[in-house]
Design a protein around this ligand. Structure first.
Ligand code: NAP
Length: 240
């Protein structure tokens, strides 16, 4: 077997650690963040060049299986990998960490609906945690935003009134609570990323009775085999 492991998540790093060096694998990162956390074992960095580029890469490198352990909101690479693997008849697995329960959150379909809801409900001081690509939908909003992202969003995507907080998880409960209090936040906007690294903000918001707008996950491509834990991914690979 020669495995391509599409990564950029803690689950992908955990899976690489379980497999390396027993399985011949190469991890792939998009190359979006400077100084990324690297998995053990061989790594390649950068896009493949869409459907044709990924197909060529898989063929040239004699890849025999693909595990897509990218972030649940990385919908483009997930769709590309599903399409290419189906076309080549390659075993393909999506490792998608479980979603957070919605709880009392206001569930919205996408960033645009989140921005509209902020406007409709009159929120004034919003903690926006949907990342650098999530700010554009709020560009014309009148509210004030605390924007947390790993890398700075492009200036033209920013709402007029904001503060930027550059940081990388994991985040703990006490810090999240202090952030919400200190900035007098009246609404939290988050993706339904799932996992433990960034969930403390939900607990802190709940403790302070701050409403949460939760952007729902994009749907997975039809017909893909999916597991939700690293253990299950290892078992799937053993079965090949
Ligand atoms: P995306 O929208 O699905 O992908 C955009 C393009 O980036 C893809 O078309 C592909 O370029 C390239 N790409 C994405 N993941 C790649 C990978 N693992 N290896 C090689 N190329 C990759 O993805 P995204 O939302 O921008 O996320 C980019 C990366 O950041 C992913 O690896 C993801 O796991 C990680 N990440 C994303 C989020 C999030 O909220 N979206 C959060 C944490 C981590 P080509 O078409 O040229 O191949």
């Amino acid at each position: 077997m020669k495995l391509l492991l599409l990564g950029g998540t803690s689950e992908a790093r955990a899976l690489a650690k379980r497999l390396h060096p027993d399985i011949d694998l190469i991890s792939s990162l998009a190359g979006r963040v400077p100084d990324p956390a690297l998995p053990v074992g061989p790594v390649r960095i950068g896009g493949f060049g869409g459907v044709d580029g990924l197909r060529t890469y898989l063929q040239d490198n004699e890849i025999t299986a693909v595990v897509d352990a990218t972030h649940p909101f990385a919908a483009t690479i997930t769709a590309t990998a599903a399409q290419v693997c189906a076309g080549l008849g390659l075993p393909h697995l999506v490792l998608a960490r479980p979603a957070w329960p919605h709880g009392d959150a206001i569930v919205v379909a996408d960033d645009r609906q989140a921005a509209q809801t902020v406007k409709d409900l009159g929120y004034q001081r919003v903690f926006l945690t949907t990342g650098r690509s999530g700010t554009a939908a709020f560009r014309e909003s009148d509210a004030w935003f605390l924007i947390r992202a790993v890398t700075p969003p492009d200036a033209e995507t920013l709402p007029p009134d904001h503060e930027i907080l550059l940081s990388r998880g994991p985040y703990g409960y006490d810090n999240e609570l202090a952030l919400l209090v200190d900035h007098r936040i009246d609404a939290l906007v988050t993706k339904n990323s799932g996992g433990g690294m960034t969930r403390a903000k939900l607990d802190a918001a709940a403790a302070l009775n701050i409403p949460v707008l939760m952007v729902d996950r994009p749907a997975l491509p039809d017909g893909v085999t999916t597991v939700s834990t690293v253990d299950e991914a290892v078992a799937w690979l053993r079965g090949l």
